[in-house]
Design a protein around this ligand. Structure first.
Ligand code: AMP
Ligand code: ZN
Length: 113
């Protein structure tokens, strides 16, 4: 979608440190990491928020979870990682293209603020 920064990363119009890619999913490093490992996992399809998901998106979203486990295993994160998605303003969503934060490499406190 025009004007969407994550679509621009999908289309390679702006650079990102891509760590994994398949037909449906892109994984790249967060530009402002909040943990030693901080990746963003996105569906290649532009979907603004979790409220906009349709039945047909369940496959790509399943792929996204498989990609999370694959990347975490490849990176040796057996001690654990967190996968979190912020939806709308109260959760602090800033980029309106669905994304999951994969965070690891330090103790992650619960509940988050
Ligand atoms: P959220 O608040 O859940 O919408 O998170 C958006 C995330 O995208 C933030 O952690 C930003 O640091 C990250 N971000 C924004 N622009 C870029 C970019 N061009 N490349 C990588 N990460 C980005
Ligand atoms: Zn987009």
């Amino acid at each position: 979608m025009q004007g969407c920064i994550f679509c621009k990363i999908v289309n390679k119009e702006i650079p990102a440190e891509i760590v994994y890619e398949n037909d449906n999913v892109l994984v790249f490093k967060d530009i402002k990491p909040s943990a030693p490992v901080h990746l963003l996992l996105i569906p290649k399809k532009h979907i603004p928020t979790l409220f906009d998901l349709e039945e047909a998106d369940s496959g790509p979203l399943g792929d996204l979870h498989l990609a999370a486990a694959h990347v975490a295993r490849e990176m040796g994160l057996e001690k654990g990682f967190r996968l979190v998605s912020n939806c709308n303003q109260d959760a602090g969503q800033l980029v309106f293209h669905i994304h999951y934060h994969l965070m690891a490499g330090r103790t992650l406190h619960w509940p988050p603020g």
